[in-house]
Design a protein around this ligand. Structure first.
Ligand SMILES: [Zn+2]
Length: 249
């Protein structure tokens, strides 16, 4: 019996869409796997389709079509899709301004070789675990942050949202995105300083309640010191990062 972790989801969620919301019935498009595309053309004339509407069309290999993509014209191409549950990846502040949003499909945990404990402890660099939906809409699941799909914002209706994450889980999710796609990096204690400069420990910069995070000055050839604050946090090692003078980037 999977855990029912009551602090995992916020249901109902906020009145707006936010990163890590889960939706049902999201169209999940599979890109064509053939090198040549399959086009929709007008049934009788095989002319380019200007505007898609329900109806009958010819389905044509682009190599056999008359002047495909002529002078940059857009064509309607055929691809497959399934509808399923997916988690919204696009960052909350960007959702209102984007026409296309990124999602990642929910994948069932059962039947995989993924270790459940490691999954929910965030130990898999590219995976993020989701508890079973409290109303049984899906079993324990995960997303693989290497599987990202685009949907148009019109296809992601707040009415189809089935779960939002609690803020602390969103925070964990952000960390997982960073780990999967943009792992932050810093020098560990004992490594050699390659550049004179001011440094601060990146790892403990995130917490407000573990004391000051002072800037230290190091010179090329010195060894990076321990970070006492990180060492106190379950013996974590430091992540010393070179600091720059602020500019309006
Ligand atoms: Zn630190």
């Amino acid at each position: 019996m999977p855990d029912r972790d009551d602090d995992f989801y916020a249901i109902p969620g906020p009145t707006y869409l936010q990163q890590a919301d889960v939706f049902d019935d999201v169209p999940l498009f599979d890109l064509p796997t053939l090198n040549q595309l399959v086009l929709l053309r007008e049934l009788d004339t095989l002319a380019r389709v200007d505007e898609l509407r329900p109806g009958s069309f010819a389905v044509v290999d682009e190599n056999d079509a008359y002047k495909p993509f002529y002078q940059g014209a857009r064509e309607y191409v055929v691809m497959s899709a399934a509808r399923g549950a997916a988690l919204l990846i696009t960052q909350t502040c960007n959702i209102d301004h984007a026409d296309e949003l990124l999602v990642s499909p929910l994948l069932a945990l059962e039947g995989t070789r993924i270790d459940r404990g490691n999954l929910f402890a965030g130990k898999y660099a590219s995976l993020f675990g989701l508890r079973a939906h409290p109303d049984g809409l899906y079993d324990e699941s995960y997303i693989d942050l290497r599987i990202l799909k685009a949907v148009h914002k019109e296809q992601l209706d707040i009415e189809d949202r089935v779960a939002s994450l609690q803020p602390v889980r969103q925070f964990a999710f952000m960390g997982q995105i960073a780990t999967a796609i943009a792992r932050d990096w810093g020098n560990a204690a004992g490594e050699e300083v390659e550049e004179d400069g001011k440094y601060r420990c990146l790892r403990c910069n995130r917490w407000h309640d573990i004391g000051e995070n002072p800037v230290i000055e190091l010179r090329k050839g010195q060894l990076f010191p321990r970070c006492e604050r990180c060492a106190a946090l379950n013996g974590k090692s430091a992540q010393w990062q070179l600091l720059f003078r602020y500019q309006n980037y």
